[in-house]
Design a protein around this ligand. Structure first.
Ligand SMILES: [Zn+2]
Ligand SMILES: [Zn+2]
Length: 287
C-alpha cells in the first residue's frame, strides 16, 4: 500500500503540475496520493498558495478523473501562527478539504502576538509587509535565517524560542485537531547541535509534552523524510530515538516524504523498515 499525503505542487513552492505528481505516483504503484499545499498567508511570499480556489478545483477534478486507479485527496498544510492563522475551519469549509496537516514554521514572540494580529488585520499592503519581521522562520535552506530570527525575535534566547515553538504546536493541536501533525520536531533542523543538544532534559521535556498532547487528541503524527534526503537534517522528523515512546503511547504514525517535485514522492529512506524493526503497531497508510 504505497501512499504519500504530504505533497507540494506548483500551486505553492513545489515544482510540477499536480497531474505530473499523479502520473509519477501511478507509475510507482501508489494506491493513494494526497495534496497538501502551504496555506495562504497575509503577506507577500514565495512559498504559500496564491490561487486557493484554483488549487482546490484542480485537485478535485484530478480526483474525479483518476477515480478507480488512485485515491487522490485534497488537503492543506496549515501554517499555524498565533495572531495570524489560528482557526483552520474557514479554509476547510471554503475548499471542502478532506484532511489537514498542521505545521509550525513561523514563530512570533508570545509577547508580540497582539501587535502581529493588528498587522495581519490591516488593509494596508505596506503595513502587512512588516509581518515577516515579527516571525522566527525556522525552515528554508539557510541556517543564517534561523540564527538571525532567533536573535531578532527572541534576543538569542534559544530556550525561549524552542519553548514558544512547542507551545505553538500544542495550541495548534488542541484548537484544530489536524488530521496529521506535520514534522513535530522541525525546530531541530538548523540547530545541528549548535545551540542545544536534543538529549538535553529541558528540550526532551518540551517535546514529550507535545507527544502527550498528540496522544490525548488522537491525531496522527507524521514521520517526515525530507530533512534526510535534502541533507538538511541528520534524522527523520521525529528523530528515531523517540519512535519507541510514540509506539508505547499508541500514537498513530504516517510516513510522508513532503515531496516538492514528483520524483521525491517515494523517497521513504527506509522508514517503513525501521518502524517494522521496532515493532511499531499503528502505521497509517490510507486516510
Ligand atoms: Zn512543513
Ligand atoms: Zn510541507
Amino acid at each position: 500500500m504505497l501512499s504519500n499525503y504530504h505533497t507540494h505542487s506548483c500551486y505553492c513552492d513545489g515544482k510540477g503540475e499536480p497531474s505530473q505528481f499523479v502520473d509519477y505516483a501511478i507509475a510507482q504503484g501508489f494506491t493513494a496520493l494526497g495534496f497538501s499545499g502551504h496555506s495562504p498567508v497575509p503577506f507577500p511570499n514565495t512559498f504559500s498558495i496564491k490561487d486557493y480556489d484554483g488549487y482546490c478545483n484542480e485537485i478535485r477534478s484530478l480526483k474525479e478523473k483518476y477515480a478507480g486507479s488512485i485515491d487522490i485527496k485534497l488537503g492543506l498544510e496549515f501554517d499555524y501562527v498565533p495572531g495570524m492563522l489560528e482557526d483552520f475551519t474557514p479554509f476547510i469549509e471554503k475548499g471542502g478539504l478532506e484532511y489537514t496537516i498542521g505545521s509550525v514554521h513561523l514563530i512570533p514572540n508570545p509577547n508580540d502576538v497582539e501587535a502581529l494580529r493588528q498587522l495581519c488585520d490591516s488593509e494596508d499592503v505596506e503595513e502587512r509587509k512588516q509581518i515577516p519581521y515579527h516571525l522566527w522562520f525556522i525552515d528554508g535552506p539557510r541556517y543564517e535565517t534561523y540564527d538571525n530570527g532567533l536573535r531578532h525575535i527572541f534576543g538569542g534566547d534559544i530556550r525561549a524560542g524552542v519553548r514558544a515553538y512547542f507551545h505553538q504546536e500544542n495550541e495548534m493541536i488542541v484548537r484544530n485537531h489536524p488530521t496529521i501533525v506535520g514534522h513535530p520536531d522541525k525546530i531541530l533542523m538548523h540547530n545541528r547541535e549548535r545551540y542545544f543538544s536534543s538529549s538535553d532534559k529541558w528540550y526532551r521535556d518540551l517535546f514529550y509534552e507535545t507527544l502527550d498532547v498528540i496522544h490525548e487528541t488522537g491525531c496522527i503524527c507524521e514521520l517526515n523524510t525530507r530533512g534526510l534526503y535534502k541533507g538538511r537534517h541528520t534524522d527523520f522528523y521525529p528523530s528515531r530515538e523517540h519512535l519507541k515512546r510514540m509506539n508505547e503511547l499508541g500514537i498513530p504514525i504516517i510516513v510522508s516524504t513532503d515531496a516538492h517535485q514528483p520524483t521525491e514522492l517515494d523517497i521513504f529512506e527506509g522508514a517503513y523498515e525501521i518502524l517494522k524493526e521496532i515493532g511499531y503497531k499503528n502505521i497509517i497508510t490510507a486516510l
